[in-house]
Design a protein around this ligand. Structure first.
Ligand SMILES: Nc1ncnc2c1ncn2[C@@H]1O[C@H](COP(=O)(O)OP(=O)(O)OP(=O)(O)O)[C@@H](O)[C@H]1O
Ligand SMILES: [Mg+2]
Length: 501
């Protein structure tokens, strides 16, 4: 194999109360894609931040192009030819796509004038390469989350770097966007670029990566070519033990109907009707953009409806705001945990109890002992990696933030719990913990709606599955009669019955 272009060895990094990296190592080879794998909080993002000079390492060494290297900051590593796409977006919503891509290094002509034409042309070319169908003059805030991510990717490749790091780049992408990204990754690789690819999606790893490095608890566990390993072996390396059955579906006798939606229309949702019993998990499947999130937002009051009825335990409700939805007993855990889920500057405790203050208060007083107990329970139950409940949530790893977001919804003890992509960015071990918790709430008689693009997850966890297409429900399946092919055919708008006829 070629000589590594970049080598990190035995890197150590501690934060107050956390040893994030404990002799972590990584090699990046030119013309190859290296997967960096590990559970939530294993230290992947931290290692990349040490590499690019965002964090100072405590110990260890780094070499780049055969020379010892230490970067003073992202600008420094960027100039040396190393680009990074961070797990969290770093773009400015009020600027255009092109302005975001070339921020601080706009092409200039004589007299230092910005050459706008050239900037927009170059940005348009980058977008075309990634198959993004927007003009570079579009404002960033007019793009979907996935499209914004594509802009971040366009920016990273615009530097023509020799090493490109991608920290969970496909989290918010549609399948088509992911395919375009993979095409570009292959081109970059063939041009000799070394790529670090971080993802929890095993399928992607086997699709696009050449080698794998595994970290566990900040330690280097091993490096091997993808062709020489299997999913099971990889999971074992990551979690340090074998995982049994991933989807522990349980049988619960369903109770009375809890939620009934009749003819709901508005905000991109068309004439949707369904019902949900106590102790039932209803999966909602469909392609990205099928209107699933919109439907959920209308149900819990974040988006307005024009027509239709929502009954909760036999009583008609009309939630006009998320607070209102919550008061009625409907909790929604957003797919966009940063945008409308968590307050990154507040602590784990504050984030979790934010919505549950009603339940935790007596008169005007918050019962702090109850709050602390409930929060600690969730930290334990969810196995949330944090030195304590007072840690600022922005310091938690991405997957652990997601667990806090789910705990936050559960703290309100809702009657209906809506989970929108609950395991996105969550590692295999933690996924299972989340599934087990969902089951526990199911057994307690909670009604749960599980919106997910992960088909095995929907199939494995739900009792019944609705499929959406263009804002409508286009199919309903009993989980035991459904399979991936049927769901997919339905999601793209084929009618199953016609086929059978
Ligand atoms: N700025 C910080 N201050 C305090 N602790 C931090 C900080 N950054 C990271 N950590 C801690 O370091 C550990 C490693 O986090 P890191 O974000 O590198 O994990 P990760 O492997 O990227 O996980 P994920 O898959 O969830 O994104 C975690 O326990 C995290 O809480
Ligand atoms: Mg991370």
């Amino acid at each position: 194999m070629a000589q590594a272009i970049l080598q990190l060895s035995e890197i150590e990094k501690a934060f107050p109360g956390v040893k994030a990296l404990d002799k972590a190592s990584l090699n990046v080879y030119p013309g190859r894609v290296m997967a960096l794998m590990g559970e939530n909080g294993a230290g992947k993002s931290t290692l990349m931040k040490v590499l690019t000079g965002i964090y100072l390492k405590d110990a260890g060494s780094m070499s780049y192009r055969g020379q010892p290297a230490a970067f003073q900051g992202p600008r420094d590593s960027q100039q040396a030819g190393i680009s990074i796409i961070h797990q969290e977006l770093n773009l400015i919503p009020e600027l255009t796509i092109a302005e975001n891509i070339f921020l601080g290094r706009e092409p200039t002509g004589p007299f230092g004038r910005i050459q706008w034409r050239r900037m927009y042309d170059e940005a348009d070319q980058l977008l075309a390469r990634l198959n993004v169908k927007h003009s570079a003059k579009t404002l960033l805030c007019d793009l979907s989350l996935g499209e914004q991510q594509m802009v971040e990717i366009a920016k990273a490749i615009s530097f023509e770097s020799s090493v490109i790091i991608m920290d969970e780049p496909t989290d918010a992408l549609t399948d088509t966007e992911t395919a375009s990204l993979f095409q570009v990754i292959r081109e970059l690789r063939d041009q000799g670029c070394g790529i670090v690819y971080i993802s929890h999606r095993l399928k992607e790893i086997f699709d696009i990566c050449d080698d794998i490095t595994v970290l566990r608890d900040g330690k280097f566990i091993g490096e091997c070519p993808v062709a020489e390993t299997t999913e099971d072996r990889l999971i074992e390396m990551m979690v340090g033990r074998k995982l049994e059955e991933q989807y522990p579906r349980i049988a619960v006798t369903h109770g009375e109907t809890c939620l009934e939606v009749i003819g709901l229309t508005g905000s991109g949702v068309h004439d949707v009707s369904f019902s949900l019993k106590r102790g039932e998990i209803l999966g909602v499947s469909g392609l990205m953009g099928a209107g699933r999130t919109e439907l959920m937002k209308v149900i819990y009051g974040a988006l307005p409806s024009e027509r239709g009825v929502i009954n909760l335990n036999g009583k008609t409700i009309n939630p006009v705001s998320p607070q209102d939805g919550l008061l009625n007993g409907i909790a929604y855990i957003s797919e966009d945990r940063k945008g409308d889920g968590l307050v990154l500057g507040l602590s784990v405790k504050e984030n979790m109890s934010l919505c549950a203050l009603d339940q935790l208060s007596q008169g005007m007083q918050i019962r702090h002992s109850d709050e602390v107990m409930a929060v600690d329970d969730f930290i334990r139950l969810f196995n949330i990696k944090t030195p304590g409940r007072d840690q600022i949530i922005g310091n938690l790893s991405g997957g652990n933030q997601q667990k806090v977001a789910i705990a936050k919804g559960l703290m309100t003890k809702p009657k209906v719990l809506i989970l929108d992509e609950p395991t996105r960015g969550v590692d295999v071990g933690a996924k299972k913990e989340i599934y087990q918790l969902i089951n526990q709430f199911k057994a307690d008689g909670m009604s749960i709606i599980l919106v997910s693009s992960d088909m095995p997850e929907v199939l494995g966890m739900s009792d019944r599955i609705l499929v959406m297409h263009e804002g409508r429900i286009c199919g309903e399946f009993d989980a035991k009669d459904a399979d991936q092919e049927k769901l997919l055919a339905c999601a793209v708008g084929k009618t199953i019955n016609e086929e059978a006829a």
